[in-house]
Design a protein around this ligand. Sequence first.
Ligand SMILES: *[C@@H]1O[C@H](CO)[C@@H](O)[C@H](O)[C@H]1NC(C)=O
Ligand SMILES: *[C@@H]1O[C@H](CO)[C@@H](O)[C@H](O)[C@H]1NC(C)=O
Ligand SMILES: *[C@@H]1O[C@H](CO)[C@@H](O)[C@H](O)[C@H]1NC(C)=O
Length: 501
Amino acid sequence: MVRIQRGKLLAFCLCVMATVFLLITLQVVVELGKFEGKKFKNSHLKDGHAQMEAEPLHLHPFFNREGLTLNRKKTLAADSFPIMLWWSPLTGETGRLSQCGADACFFTINRTYLHHHRTKAFLFYGTDFSIDSLPLPRKAHHDWALFHEESPKNNYKLFHQPVITLFNYTATFSRHSHLPLTTQYLEGTEVLTSLRHLVPLRSKNHLRKSLAPLVYVQSDCDPPSDRDSYVRELMTYIEVDSYGECLRNKPLPPQLSNPASMDADGFFRILAQYKFILAFENAVCDDYITEKLWRPLKLGVVPVYYGSPSIADWLPSNRSAILVSEFSHPRELASYIRALDRDDRRYQAYIEWKLKGEISNQRLLTALRERKWGVQDVKQDNYIDAFECMVCTKVWDNIRLQEKGLPPKRWQADVTHLSCPEPTVFAFSPLVPRRRSLREMWIPSFQQSKKEARALSFPVSCPDESSQEEGSPGRCPYTLKQVSIPSEELMLSNCGAGEDS
Ligand SMILES: *[C@@H]1O[C@H](CO)[C@@H](O)[C@H](O)[C@H]1NC(C)=O
Ligand SMILES: *[C@@H]1O[C@H](CO)[C@@H](O)[C@H](O)[C@H]1NC(C)=O
Ligand SMILES: *[C@@H]1O[C@H](CO)[C@@H](O)[C@H](O)[C@H]1NC(C)=O
């Protein structure tokens, strides 16, 4: 994609400053957990930065930069590009014309374009999506698109039918999304089949004299999946080495506990010595899969996985991970792991796919082959670029249909695009009702988000206001009204109700 703007420089500088700050203040394990996921977003900003150096800022949106190859569109008037308004500071870009295949769109975070007649789409970032500040009234030709790659725990409102269906297009971790990001933490097949980090079983057996069979490294404690309760219980049946903030029982080697000398490879070498890694996601949602799964698979360690209920659809082979969901109790899981620990042949069966370099899962192979974005790969678009282009292309497709006098193709997201059930806690560790801890927070918070989502409603028609919108007679611009009601619930109702707001 081609981009022109200055905002990225600022965002990049802030990013660098924030990163330096993080490196100095956080433990190495905190970093390692978060580092990988962020890296390529920064690289996205970085290459924008490099391009900007050569070019002073041009705020005029339809400035056609020299060298900007707008192949087939170059015959079009410069001011004919649809505007895609990011309703989030995510990209930091005040204005950029981007080429998406044969089409081009103008992307900006500048909210003065809210009322521009060429503004065709609003792009939302899930983590900062707020129903209190939406670009309203929504016009009939305003497509809404959701980009949400982060943990589902970041914004529960999005999971509910009234909210997710506000969007025409989505890019989420769900396979049902218009741009599925399910494999967003996986660089490709090569890293899975690579034997670079693999520690031979003989050495692992030898290392077992000083190491536990299992390792756990987590510094985001008590998330919605309640993983720490499970691991705490599991620890009463089997030895677990825990290096992170959560349930820590082992210090990292000195050279790794100094964040300044943080070295991912050194950390991977430690993990690779283990037979099993506890790979527990922070939330349980279909297709929400992070580096927690891929990392052990890359290192040649067997993941003991808890997270996406549909994980079997994404594993490299049918014998590559142990699924916590298949065991009725941590006790059973512990005894299964102990059995594999004692039996080299049975353990090796879980590594065989890697030793043979065989990924038999066609769904995984197809997803990696067909995705239009790369992970930590400068040669490919990143997933934000891909999302922008997905929307740009769909908007253009409809413009072309309308130019031919045909009705536009309709798009609407549904609940499968972010499918997360209400969080639950493990039975062997009941909630303490009046304890105000993070663990106690997730269920009430989910229920609250459900109420807020239900209270969100849009009018189908709104005669009084329809006249305000030109060019779409009989259609009511979407409006939201905030009505203060008890229990700090945010009630959003249609234009007919709640006049006294
Ligand atoms: C936003 O766009 C308006 C109109 O094009 C322009 O006057 C303003 O300077 C822009 N703001 C930023 C922060 O770029
Ligand atoms: C696992 O996959 C292999 C081929 O990849 C197949 O031969 C075997 O039957 C499968 N086993 C199960 C339990 O599905
Ligand atoms: C986008 O969604 C809105 C609200 O559901 C709908 O009115 C509009 O027709 C949709 N646009 C497209 C292109 O499907």
